[in-house]
Design a binder for this molecule. Sequence first.
Ligand SMILES: [Zn+2]
Length: 326
Amino acid sequence: MSELHKFMFEGLPVRGMLVRLTDAWTDILTRREQSGGYPAAVQELLGEMTAAATLMQANIKFNGALIMQIMGDGPVKLAVAEVQPDLSLRATATVLGEVAGDAPLSHMVNVNNQGRCAITLDPKDRQPGQQPYQGVVPLFGDRHEKLEKLSEVIEHYMLQSEQLDTRLVLAANDKVAAGLLIQRLPLQGEANLAGAGAVAKDEDQIGLNEDYNRIAILASSLKREELLELDAETILRRLFWEEDVRRFDPLVGDEGPRFACTCSRERVGNMLRSLGREEIESIIAEQGQVEVGCDFCGAMYRFDPIEAAQVFLQPAIQPPGSPGVH
Ligand SMILES: [Zn+2]
């Protein structure tokens, strides 16, 4: 069963989290199998994104979806992992062209250094006209060198958006997607991922906290295979046996990470409405009906000519939490 473990280092300004997605991850892969599945390298990237997005959602107090997107300039055009506040999650990737089994990150999404990673926080109670909060980072480092690890991209993002040191170890295969996050705690109040304003004092602390640095180095020694194969207890004991770790009850089952899709016929109807009557009528003239498949779960929504016409009779209301199509 998929599980999320939160822990603290007693008396130190450092917290940690470990996520292990098993059924939540294989549910995503199984739904993709009917359309051929993902190349191995894409599977690894999407699994790491899903694990990272779960850690980030669990790390903030925010009532809305956390959506991690990579907009690629290579054969992987788009990869999306979306996690709700209750840790239900979904993920998908759009692949156009060949991807070698061992393709590095840059060959998939950052061929010309134009790839981007965006993190969107979309409030559940978003008011009409209110934009979701979004932060975007490139897929290169300080000297414009291409980053080959998703964990480095996310660490950059966390430093930029929260002014907090973060260390991430991520790994995924066809059975498990897992991640370890270690973060220096903000000096005061909650971290400001939701855009509440930077805490200047935290900026002065970047890279300087000895306790955080020591624990981050220990975390970095965790190998990919260990993260995939060992249980949380064993990983934490092996890495931090000299530290005073306080663990909280793991989040599992209905409270833990699990696959669920938020698509619905109503949302597809809204999307059709946003395309406009003319566009929909031309599709019906050509195909006799409108068919929309959900990229996340594979559900197929069909609208015959009468049903499609009814879509335009309803008032255009954007339900909260739906992707912003304007
Ligand atoms: Zn769906």
